[in-house]
Design a protein around this ligand. Structure first.
Ligand SMILES: Nc1ncnc2c1ncn2[C@@H]1O[C@H](COP(=O)(O)OP(=O)(O)O)[C@@H](O)[C@H]1O
Ligand SMILES: [Mg+2]
Length: 313
């Protein structure tokens, strides 16, 4: 749905982003994660046709953001860091106004506005003046305006900044509910936000992409053989023999308390097969866990975005 290729943008002689490339699949929520000044907003402004790139290209739904910006704008909804709200208008009047300037057919406007108010859970506030709303509700209005022309893609720039903890949880849930119907890029400098909301992340630091992968792969330690610990309710010798016979298992060490330490071949995940072997023999699987500590996303992130981590080495 989105292809970004080698995007570079200079402000004067200073590069804000350099050689940024990534893709986003249809229906996916991509976390665009990076510390302040990493280049998140710059990239998003290019994607939404608000800023030309110095070089490189970006496509949304097959349309080039530079040469086919009208087609792109029709398919993209943008929530900037500062939502463009007219605070003296009521929620409903404002959304009708946005629908109009975004070219929504007059006969469709009422339906569209009602639908986005439902989706962002602001229907009950439709007659209130935006200025009087809480920050959390203002942000929902911001989301609603981004969606009013029913775009395939939503670009959300730090959508939870400045909200209180309850509002943050609500807005994150709301964004999660939107995935599937929409392809979403969400920028943030908050690590747990990516873990809670996104399937995949692109990590950007000082204008360059330093990692992109699923959250699971990023946090899984990719070193050699894995070690697992099982606790099995069953007769010790047969259990050990059975575990040892599972394909991909190198060694089984029985310890006290019905526990077994299993060493698997490098890069092989044998957890399903082990669980199956235990259950098929009618034994009880009391515990199955990895002995190797996975990296947290925070460790991955620090590793990639700090100088000692070698991000720009
Ligand atoms: N209009 C501008 N003029 C000059 N420099 C800018 C401008 N906008 C952003 N920058 C610089 O570009 C870099 C990336 O900024 P930005 O894309 O806003 O990062 P982020 O959104 O990740 O915080 C920063 O060093 C910032 O100071
Ligand atoms: Mg920003």
């Amino acid at each position: 749905m989105i292809q970004v290729q080698n995007l570079t943008r200079y402000y004067g002689r200073t590069p804000a982003i350099q050689g940024v490339s990534f893709e986003v699949e249809k229906g996916e929520i991509l976390g665009f994660l990076g510390p302040n000044a990493a280049g998140k907003t710059t990239t998003m402004r290019i994607l939404t046709c608000y800023l030309p790139a110095t070089s490189g290209s970006a496509k949304v739904a097959g349309f080039d953001v530079f040469n086919q910006s009208m087609d792109v704008r029709r398919r993209i909804g943008y929530l900037p860091e500062q939502p463009p709200l007219y605070t003296d208008m009521t929620v409903k009047a404002y959304l009708h106004f946005v629908a109009k300037i975004k070219g929504v057919d007059p006969r469709e406007r009422k339906n569209r506005v009602n639908e986005v108010m439902e989706k962002t859970d602001i229907t009950e506030r439709q007659d209130q003046v935006i200025r009087k709303l809480s920050k959390g509700f203002k942000q929902r209005v911001g989301l609603a305006q981004a969606m009013v022309h029913n775009p395939d893609v939503l670009v959300l720039d730090e959508p939870t900044v400045g909200l209180d903890p309850n509002q943050i949880i609500e807005v994150r849930q709301l964004i999660k509910n939107l995935a599937g119907n929409h392809t979403i890029i969400l920028s943030t400098h908050i690590l747990p936000e990516v873990e809670m909301t996104c399937q995949r992340a692109v990590i950007i630091s000082r204008g360059r992409v330093v990692a992109q992968d699923t959250i699971a792969n990023m946090t899984q330690q990719k070193r050699g053989a894995g070690r697992l610990v099982l606790q099995v309710d069953g007769p010790a010798a047969p259990v050990r023999d059975k575990l040892a016979s599972v394909a991909g298992v190198k060694k089984v060490h029985a310890s006290s308390d019905n526990r077994y330490e299993v060493e698997s071949e490098a890069g092989r995940d044998v957890r399903r097969e082990l669980a199956q072997a235990v259950v098929q023999n009618g034994w009880g699987l009391l515990e199955l866990r990895s002995k190797d500590k996975d990296f947290t996303l925070e460790e991955v992130f620090l590793n990639l975005t700090t100088e000692e981590g070698g991000a720009n080495a």
